[in-house]
Write a protein that binds this ligand. Structure first.
Ligand code: ADP
Ligand code: MG
Length: 253
């Protein structure tokens, strides 16, 4: 898993006089789930959008699958999957029609039903986007990132606002996508999610990466430094209670 699929070196982004990204460097390995964590305003979305070719950088080097962002942004676009703004989904079309529409835009032929099956929405194929629940909308939007059979998928806070079941369904989906060989880069504010899902995480703060390792290593390092939790941790938490009471299975009507 040591093949670098993304290499970012000394990346900087200024908005006017404001330095949003202050010279960050990191690599993402092929086939991993890489998490970008950090408080609001840390520079996560800016960083992702630069790699996605959607935003100009101020300086630094970005290589994606051997392609230099400065010279081959068009080729990068072809091998990545980016979640589209949901406002771009035509409200009058059903899910099947939307996938076919996007496939046409990408100039790709896809088995739209197969894609909907992957994201567990086959039974909603004839429903309109606006009729979906929050979790279903997120799964559908992830399906649209897979239309061009990308090598890398970028997910910016895909689980924000979802209920615990929908969040878990999305974790399964993300693991599925990775198991097919696709590299996943995800941002999240949920630490339990990052811990469960990500092979490695970078923690950003005020435009800098302040830590980069596997979740396990970060926790071990903290404990080795003498950190102790202030109180005895119970064998379960409130989320366990919630999931136990309401069930793990899909609950989105
Ligand atoms: P994150 O995704 O980590 O919350 P962002 O990358 O969205 O952070 O934003 C990083 C910083 O850059 C924030 O302070 C934000 O206000 C600022 N910023 C983001 N986009 C713009 C923009 N288009 N113009 C000016 N400032 C921006
Ligand atoms: Mg953001």
């Amino acid at each position: 898993m040591q093949n670098k699929i993304i290499s970012v070196t000394n990346l900087k982004k200024n908005y006017g006089n404001f330095e949003a990204v202050k010279g960050i460097s990191f690599d993402v390995y092929e086939g991993e789930i890489f998490g970008l964590l950090g408080p609001n305003g840390a520079g996560k979305s800016t960083t992702l959008e630069i790699i996605e070719t959607l935003r100009d950088k101020t300086s630094g080097e970005v290589i994606v699958d051997g392609l230099n962002l400065d010279t081959e942004p068009g080729s990068i676009k072809k091998i990545i999957g980016v979640q589209l703004q949901t406002s771009g989904f035509y409200p009058g079309l059903n899910l099947l029609e939307l996938i076919e529409l996007f496939a046409g835009l990408y100039n790709r032929s896809v088995d739209a039903m197969e894609l909907l099956r992957l994201v567990n929405l086959a039974d909603k194929a004839k429903n309109k986007y606006k009729e979906m629940s929050g979790g279903q909308k997120q799964r559908f939007s992830i399906a649209t990132t897979l239309i061009n059979q990308p090598k890398i998928v970028f997910l910016d806070e895909p689980t924000t606002g979802l209920d615990p079941q929908a969040r878990r369904n999305l974790w399964d989906l993300i693991r599925d996508i990775r198991s097919k060989g696709t590299t996943v880069i995800i941002t999240t504010h949920y630490m339990d999610e990052a811990e469960q899902l990500c092979d490695r995480i970078a923690i950003m703060d005020e435009g800098r990466i302040i830590a980069l390792a596997s979740p396990d290593k970060m926790i071990d390092d903290l404990v080795a430094g003498g950190f102790e939790r202030p109180k005895q941790v119970k064998a379960a938490n409130l989320e366990d209670v919630f999931i136990n009471l309401t069930g793990k299975e899909m609950r989105e009507a």
